[in-house]
Design a protein. Structure first.
Ligand code: VTB
Length: 316
């Protein structure tokens, strides 16, 4: 695939961030999400690809845009699958808190796990911890192994966990083991990626979050040489039926990074509000500054891109 697709994708996440960044702190998560989705869809139109959304805003009847099955791009080759979360962390954005991003990933047709909109148990480490995690082991055992792999003390590790009652036991165990914790209110894609950035200050992410978000994180981690394991968490029978229709047969399967994102994968994300991974979008008279990460798995070059957008010389 043409490597310049990476630059096309970062244009998409930048446009979404500049659009939804206007809604930061305004208490209206729907409007923020809508702004990001509209901008993303518009920017996608001109890209040379025949894309199909496989991770998106929902089904056609529940999402007006970027729904699962929607065709994006100008229809020319290559044939690709698209995973999007136009605004990951809508609540964070609406409250003006840390950690919201706009994000998109691309794989050859059939490359992404078609994860239903349900929960996934996840564990993530960066390249230095690769091969040392096991989602079936206890949190303390995982911490012990990652500390060994990273040649540091457990006390030196920082783990990101979504602040939810379902994680109370895990949080207690991680504290008992001696690691530092960064609790987040929402948005587990950016911190998963931060695990693979050497100096981000984040070493692991653990716990139950969204399955679609898991696939996006896996795409990014693949590009960075990190590792993720994920297992779907079924809360009700209906979800099993739904998973079946999406081609999932083994409900206990542990998916590794490669199984969630196969082939040559591209990934881009832009900060909406400040976070561990990216700075948020800032505005100045007549323009905005965005901070993004963009990469592809083939070469594993990780680019952080700061862009200055001047509104008077751009189409609306
Ligand atoms: C998860 C997480 C997301 O929403 O889906 C979470 O992966 C929802 O979890 O990043 P709860 O049902 O416990 O609220 C996000 O935080 C934001 O979309």
């Amino acid at each position: 695939m043409d490597r310049n697709l990476a630059l096309e994708l970062v244009r998409v996440t930048e446009a979404a961030a500049v659009a939804c960044g206007r809604w930061v702190g305004k208490g209206n998560k729907m409007a923020a999400d809508d702004a990001a989705t509209t901008a993303m869809r518009k920017t996608l139109e001109s890209i040379d690809m025949a894309g199909v959304v496989v991770i998106g805003e929902g089904e056609m009847d529940e999402a007006p845009m970027l729904y699962i099955g929607e065709e994006v791009g100008n229809g020319s080759l290559p044939q690709v699958d698209i995973a999007v979360d136009p605004l990951e962390g809508t609540n964070i954005c609406a409250k003006g808190m840390n950690g919201s991003i706009t994000t998109i990933a691309l794989a050859p047709r059939g490359g992404f796990l078609h994860a239903p909109d349900m929960y996934m148990d996840k564990i993530v480490v960066g390249p230095a911890g690769r091969g040392s995690i096991d989602i079936n082991a206890t949190p303390s055992e995982n911490l012990r192994r990652v500390a060994e792999a990273k040649k540091c003390a457990i006390e030196d590790l920082t783990v990101v966990i979504l602040d939810r009652p379902r994680h109370d036991e895990m949080i207690a165990e991680v504290r008992q083991a001696g690691a530092r914790i960064h609790l987040i209110t929402d948005g587990d894609v950016a911190p998963a990626i931060a695990c693979a950035v050497e100096d981000s200050g984040i070493d692991l992410m653990m716990g139950i979050g969204g399955a679609p978000e898991g696939v996006l994180a896996a795409a990014a981690l693949k590009c960075m040489g990190g590792e993720m394991q994920g297992r779907l968490v079924f809360m009700e029978e209906q979800e099993r039926d739904r998973a079946r229709t999406m081609g999932i047969e083994d409900f206990d399967k542990v998916y590794n990074t490669e199984e969630m994102a196969q082939g040559e994968v591209f990934f881009a994300a832009t900060g909406v509000t400040d976070g561990d991974l990216l700075r948020g979008t800032r505005y100045f008279a007549g323009g905005a500054v965005t901070h993004s990460i963009v990469m592809r798995s083939k070469t594993r070059t990780v680019r952080f891109v700061e862009s200055r957008h001047y509104f008077d010389s751009k189409p609306a």
